[in-house]
Design a protein around this ligand. Structure first.
Ligand code: ZN
Length: 184
């Protein structure tokens, strides 16, 4: 398939409510190709998630998967790859937890964002079947970040203190927790 260009903050598609897919559409070859393009793009960009709007397609599909050796996000545990279609999200524990987030559509920056620490995500998989996941810790944040993309939101919308938005290089030099040390 193909590596697509990732659209950046400022592109209107990132601010649209993406369209849910019908069952027929989920099972179509077009959707299979779209998911493959998203996967190829995510791998090249070394992302741990990607949403269709990030490659310019306003549809409710997101991929989330953290490889065991993610250099961009060393604090995280490995997560298998999920294809998440037409999701709804429910907060189970609203206690805020904070992480330094980054985004392929906001390249070169990191920002500190607090989100609810436990959520339930109901969605359809690539076979059009219902699935439900309960997520905690960093994976709860990753899912919330990716699903935000389907509803026109970016992580920068959640930053409470603009002092906690910075360039990745300065983040690494002055603010990164120790486990980031190996990142170039
Ligand atoms: Zn993002």
């Amino acid at each position: 398939m193909a590596v697509k260009k990732v659209v950046r903050m400022g592109h209107p598609v990132l601010r649209e409510l993406a369209t849910p897919l019908s069952k027929e559409e989920i099972l179509s070859p077009e959707t299979k190709n779209l998911v493959q393009d998203m996967l190829d793009t995510m791998e090249v960009e070394e992302g741990i998630g990607i949403a269709a709007p990030q490659i310019g397609v306003s549809k409710q599909i997101a991929l989330v998967g953290v490889p065991a050796d993610s250099e961009r996000y060393p604090e995280t545990e490995e997560t298998p790859l999920y294809v998440v279609i037409n999701p709804t999200i429910k907060v189970i524990d609203e206690t805020p937890q904070g992480f330094w987030e980054g985004c392929l559509s906001v390249p070169g920056l990191r920002g500190y964002v607090e989100r609810p620490k436990k959520v339930q995500v109901d969605f359809l998989n690539l076979s059009g079947e219902k699935e439900s996941l309960v997520l905690e810790g960093f994976s709860a944040t990753v899912f919330q970040h990716e699903l935000d993309h389907l509803f026109g939101k970016l992580y920068v919308d959640h930053i409470k203190d603009s002092k906690e938005l910075m360039y990745t290089e300065e983040f690494m030099e002055f603010h990164a927790p120790e486990e980031y040390e190996d990142e170039e």
